[in-house]
Design a protein around this ligand. Structure first.
Ligand code: PEP
Ligand code: MG
Length: 418
């Protein structure tokens, strides 16, 4: 089946910012995909093309839309719809840069995801299976969700703050049970927050978690563990944090709340938090340029817990290879729009698996109703996802899709972390 056309439109994300929706037609098949957008972005991410004109304070994406309607459409028209690699390669060739700055990563990735959806339809198989085939994986796994229940940093209008505190129902038997555990804890946490800080404390940040008016990190994690305990799930839930520390790294030091840390002191701080609060995973504990700090952190904690690279790796095999060689971390945070195509995302995941790293498939803080990454997590058999709190439809679109997939897999459904 051949591609008849590719076209695009400007739509809106969960923060009310313009973003790209691509649409692809092949025979009777029409499929779409929408791109998410980050706030605490890594400086080496592929370029998200914005119009930089007066409309939407420069955030319009009409140039990216036009690149799809004209250049990408001309290039892809007539290609086979199930040739994902060739489709992605054709767009990379057309762009001709390392960071997709000509066409825009938002243009390329939206078409790439829409093409995968259409490719799956043409083969009459579910998207997760199609993505699994592209990755060479047959073991479909429902991921343990890392759910960001206390938002901080850029996602909550706070400075010098750890960005995400997540509950992870590692001990659940199924994804369905994981959802029950997580939502029950979420609601108890909401009551605790309101009791302590008044009704305004029930309001939420960009990823659906509450925004604590607490300065002390320990107090925040204690509050979460209290909610886990009250819900009766202390034996089934571990915690994870995403520090997004590039945001509080200045002149070689890290600033959290009123405190200043060297990389070594910060490693000791994380080590204490890990022991005290049953933390199994730390993401972006060090800043993207602090490769020495990353190495120290992994040397100290890497044999006990998961050390996840987000801004450090930007889903790019160039940085993943360097981090493998230097033992900088032991897990990849996979964000499709960071690298800008489905094929490259799969390559990054496979390189990570090959090095015995874990992979966490992730959303962005600016999300949409598109649930592509839910299928991707299952198709890769990654075993872990990071899609925010279990509220708001931009986040629950992914969780609800995982529930559908678990139901469809029936007895063959496998849940859990690698
Ligand atoms: C993250 O840092 O992992 C994240 C999801 O945030 P953003 O999308 O703002 O980069
Ligand atoms: Mg991150």
């Amino acid at each position: 089946m051949k591609i008849d056309y590719v076209k695009a439109r400007q739509v809106f994300d969960s923060r009310g910012n313009p973003t790209v929706e691509a649409e692809i037609k092949a025979g009777k098949i029409i499929e779409r995909a929408i791109v998410a957008s980050g706030a605490s972005t890594g400086s080496n991410e592929a370029i998200e093309l914005r119009d930089k004109e007066t409309a939407f304070k420069g955030k319009g994406v009409l140039k990216a839309v036009s690149n799809i309607n004209k250049k990408i459409n001309s290039k892809l028209k007539g290609m086979g719809i199930s040739a994902q690699k060739e489709i992605d390669s054709a767009m990379l060739e057309l762009d001709g840069t390392e960071n997709k700055s000509v066409l825009g990563a938002n243009a390329v990735v939206s078409v790439s995801m829409a093409a995968a959806r259409a490719g799956a339809k043409a083969k009459e198989i579910p998207l997760y299976q199609y993505l699994g085939e592209l990755a060479g994986n047959k073991k479909f796994v429902l991921p343990v969700p890392q759910m960001n229940v206390l938002n901080g940093g850029k996602h909550a209008g706070l400075e010098n703050d750890i960005q995400e505190r997540m509950i992870c129902p590692i001990g659940a038997k199924t994804f369905n049970e994981a959802m029950q555990i997580s939502t029950e804890i979420y609601h108890i946490l909401k009551s605790l927050m309101k009791k302590k800080f008044g009704s305004v404390a029930g309001l939420i940040g960009d990823e659906g978690g509450f925004v604590a008016q607490i300065k002390n990190e320990e107090e925040k994690l204690e509050l979460i563990l209290k909610a886990v305990e009250e819900a009766g799930y202390l034996d089934k839930v571990s915690l994870a944090i995403d520090c997004a520390s590039s945001e509080f790294f200045k002149d070689g030091n890290y600033f959290i709340g009123e405190k200043k840390f060297s990389a070594g002191e910060l490693t000791d701080f994380y080590s204490e938090l890990t022991e005290k609060f049953n933390i199994y995973s730390i993401e972006d504990g060090m800043a993207e340029e602090d490769w020495i700090g990353w190495k120290q952190l992994t040397a100290k904690l890497g044999n006990k817990i998961q050390i996840v690279g987000d801004d450090l790796l930007v889903t790019n095999i160039k940085f993943i290879e360097k981090a493998i060689k230097e033992k900088s971390c032991n897990a990849l945070l996979l964000k499709v729009n960071q690298i800008g195509s489905v094929t490259e995302s799969i390559e990054s995941a496979n390189l990570s698996f090959k090095s015995n790293w874990n992979v966490v498939v992730s959303h962005r803080s600016g999300e949409t109703e598109d649930s592509f990454i839910a299928d991707l997590a299952v198709g890769l058999g990654a075993g872990q996802s990071k899609f925010g709190a279990p509220v708001r439809s931009d986040r629950n679109a992914k969780y609800n899709q995982l529930l559908r997939i678990e139901e469809a897999l029936g007895k063959n459904a496998v849940f859990g972390k690698k």
